[in-house]
Design a protein around this ligand. Structure first.
Ligand SMILES: Nc1ncnc2c1ncn2[C@@H]1O[C@H](COP(=O)(O)O)[C@@H](OP(=O)(O)O)[C@H]1O
Ligand SMILES: [Mg+2]
Ligand SMILES: [Mg+2]
Ligand SMILES: [Mg+2]
Length: 358
């Protein structure tokens, strides 16, 4: 890849603190016309669509000779109708201002933006190369002025081999409880806030300040914690995404005494990889099907930082089966010394549903 797509939104001249960076400006100034609720009742904003189009544009440009396969969250259905036209025009305007600010000559039409968004419709699968994009993960966090991340992974023949997480509101050092809530808004745009996590399979995981192209990436590793008494666990802010009562029960069973650190989005995988917390648990409603873009980038980053990411039954996540993950109950990620204990605790507290009668 000639240029990192996420850097389109992160050149030093554009983003030197204290000036707020474009995604942060969009987050702060988001109006009710700039977000809609999708058919599944989840929100999507001009930033989700804009980031998907701009990453698709950048990936396509980096390798024009090959056909891009991208498994991404958003599609153009809502924007293609007459009712979606004002939002499409706003997205196009945003993209074109980002491109111009980054010194790019290209300017896109609304129709080109629709086409770029729909490049994300690939089904993925066990063979070939597939980019996996969640243009804004944690949209509820984005709308609520909390944490969110831009997540790009690459699958090669069924294995996630590359992952990048852009986390504009995440402090580069230690995090406080309120960084998952009001603290994110208070510290957004300040010096020392904004992290980029990355990993290449076999080459380790790294963190670097998001707005500083000159900063050298620093190798990161998961915390070497074997005693649950000293472990901190992370979960979603949104209890509708992951049951807070189930995670609390598993933590109790395991002997975890510290309260949970609640954060939106895949920043949780970044924090686990950096050793800021040592456990991540996710127990969605039984009928919910997890999507690969919600986990691909974080998965390779945690593994390359020395951690394990499995379903609640201890089976490593499998990204080779298309757009969805097939999971037993939920997701558990931790350093190896804690991981087996967690799976055992989950089996006691939230055992797998009995197999249906034939
Ligand atoms: N009912 C549900 N159960 C579990 N996950 C859900 C859900 N509704 C939405 N999600 C997913 O939870 C993701 C956010 O995770 P988290 O809770 O860790 O912040 C959302 O990503 P998007 O914000 O990209 O849509 C969405 O894919
Ligand atoms: Mg979404
Ligand atoms: Mg997501
Ligand atoms: Mg998303």
């Amino acid at each position: 890849m000639g240029r990192t797509p996420l850097r389109v939104w992160a050149t030093p001249t554009l983003h030197a603190p204290p000036r707020a960076a474009p995604p942060q400006v969009v987050q702060r100034q988001l109006s009710s016309e700039e977000r809609v609720d999708k058919k599944d009742d989840s929100p999507v904003t001009v930033a989700d669509y804009g980031a998907q189009a701009i990453v698709a544009w950048s990936l396509q440009r980096s390798d024009p000779s090959s056909r891009l396969s991208m498994v991404a969250e958003e599609d153009s259905a809502e924007l293609s109708s007459p009712a979606g036209r004002p939002m499409l025009e706003r997205i196009t305007q945003l993209i074109n201002s980002v491109l111009a600010d980054a010194g790019e000559a290209a300017q896109l039409s609304p129709e080109e933006v629709l086409g770029l968004i729909d490049l994300g419709g690939s089904q993925g699968g066990p063979t070939g190369r597939h980019w996996v994009l969640d243009p804004i993960d944690g949209t509820r966090g984005f709308v609520g002025m909390r944490q969110y991340s831009v997540c790009l992974g690459m699958i090669q023949d069924g294995e996630v081999v590359l992952g990048v997480l852009g986390c504009p509101n995440l402090p580069q050092g230690s995090v406080a409880d309120d960084d998952g809530g009001d603290g994110a808004a208070a510290r957004c745009g300040q010096e020392g806030v904004g992290c980029l996590f990355s990993a290449h399979r076999g080459a380790g995981a790294f963190a670097t300040p998001l707005w500083d192209d000159a900063a050298a990436p620093v190798r990161i590793v998961v915390a070497d914690v074997a005693d649950p008494g000293g472990a901190r666990f992370m979960e979603s802010v949104e209890s509708r995404h992951s049951s807070h009562s189930t995670t609390a029960a598993v933590a109790r069973e395991l002997g975890v005494t510290l309260p949970p650190l609640r954060m939106d989005s895949q920043v949780k995988y970044g924090l686990l990889s950096r050793g800021c917390a040592s456990i991540f648990m996710r127990f969605p409603p039984p009928s919910y099907r997890e999507k690969i873009w919600d986990h691909a980038a974080g998965f390779v980053i945690v593994e390359e930082a020395g951690g394990r990411v499995t379903d609640a039954g201890g089976v490593r996540l499998d990204f080779s089966r298309g757009r969805y993950l097939q999971l037993d109950r939920g997701i558990i990620a931790a350093p190896p010394a804690l991981h087996d204990q967690l799976v055992a605790a989950a089996a006691k507290v939230a055992p797998p549903a009995p197999a249906a009668a034939p």
